[in-house]
Write a protein that binds this ligand. Structure first.
Ligand code: HEC
Length: 287
């Protein structure tokens, strides 16, 4: 018993020496939520809200979330766009329709920890982003962006942004009426080549720097499975960082740029909630 204790405190000491003050959570204690990211094709918020084409526009107006209608059929939706049956003029051969991801979260009173695990699907299309095989981004909203509680990231997805068929090549994603002091999504992105994170936000445009919340983002591929983790200061503190607190719930969506893609050619999640010590779709419980 004594020996065991000694060994575990030694291990803890070693971990501290190796990784500074960050102690990774025990992921076996954090329940995994399966979230399917799917290929969205060209389905900007303008298409979503225009009642004539999208069957869900009316329900959304009444306060129903994307996930309440689509959560269980996300993979089937992806199939329609990826094959060009719907909303995709530029079909990419061999692209996955959807990717099931396990999402876990935890906190230690100072940091929020997020972990994403998924199986690498088949690919092999032309490389748009030659450097990065994979990128993963998450956007968080502190209940400020209208409708983000229903639509996740879709409030930033517009028909006039770059890589859209009628887009402006200089325009990145944005929030209508967005500002970095009020209405914005906090954005963190991990890229595979540098194996590092960037901490930005999306307000009237997308900015990939200025945040001070992100402590570390890293990923690795074990066999055919990717595991990507983010460590983020709950308090935030930089430009476009939301301040997170125990007992509160936030809206989020995330996206994976698989197989060297960029721009709109990603797989995206619908909108979900993240609770810090609070019941939500994904709960970051204190360890
Ligand atoms: C009230 C239910 C409802 C809500 C809320 C809703 N949708 Fe839909 N959505 C539908 C229906 C119905 C269709 C048409 C399905 C069909 O043609 O079989 C559809 C179609 C789509 C499609 C085209 C692919 C397909 O399966 O036809 C996309 C993409 C989509 N919705 C995304 C969204 C997003 C994103 C949101 C939230 C911003 C959302 N929907 C909210 C009901 C809903």
């Amino acid at each position: 018993m004594k020996q065991k204790l000694l060994a575990s405190s030694l291990a803890a000491l070693l971990a501290m020496a190796a990784g500074g003050a960050i102690a990774a959570p025990d992921w076996s204690k954090a329940p995994g939520k399966k979230i399917v990211v799917f290929y969205p094709g060209v389905s900007p918020i303008e298409w979503i809200t225009k009642g004539t084409e999208h069957g869900g526009a009316k329900g959304l107006r009444k306060g129903e979330s994307c996930a309440s209608c689509h959560d269980e059929e996300a993979a089937d939706m992806g199939k329609k766009m990826v094959t060009g049956q719907k909303l995709e003029p530029n079909v990419i051969k061999g692209k996955a329709a959807a990717i099931p991801v396990t999402v876990q979260a935890a906190n230690d009173g100072t940091n929020l920890y997020l972990r994403f695990t998924w199986k690498q699907p088949a690919g092999g299309a032309d490389k748009m982003d030659k450097d990065n095989q994979v990128k993963l981004a998450i956007m968080l909203d502190d209940n400020k962006v209208e409708r983000a509680n229903l639509s996740g990231c879709w409030e930033t997805c517009h028909q006039d942004v770059r890589t859209m068929p009628e887009g402006n090549k200089d325009k990145t994603k944005y929030v209508a009426g967005g500002s970095a002091s009020g209405k914005f999504y906090d954005l963190m992105q991990w890229t595979s080549k540098a194996n590092k994170g960037r901490d930005g936000h999306v307000a009237d445009k997308r900015i990939m720097e200025g945040g001070k919340a992100l402590v570390e983002a890293k990923g690795e591929k074990k066999g055919d499975e990717w595991v990507v983790t983010f460590t983020r200061k709950l308090a935030g503190g930089g430009d476009g960082d939301i301040a997170m607190a125990s007992g509160k719930t936030y809206n989020f969506g995330f996206a994976i740029h698989d197989d060297h893609t960029e721009g709109r050619y990603h797989h995206v999640s619908l909108g979900y909630t993240l609770g810090v010590d609070a019941k939500a779709d994904v709960t970051a419980a204190k360890q």
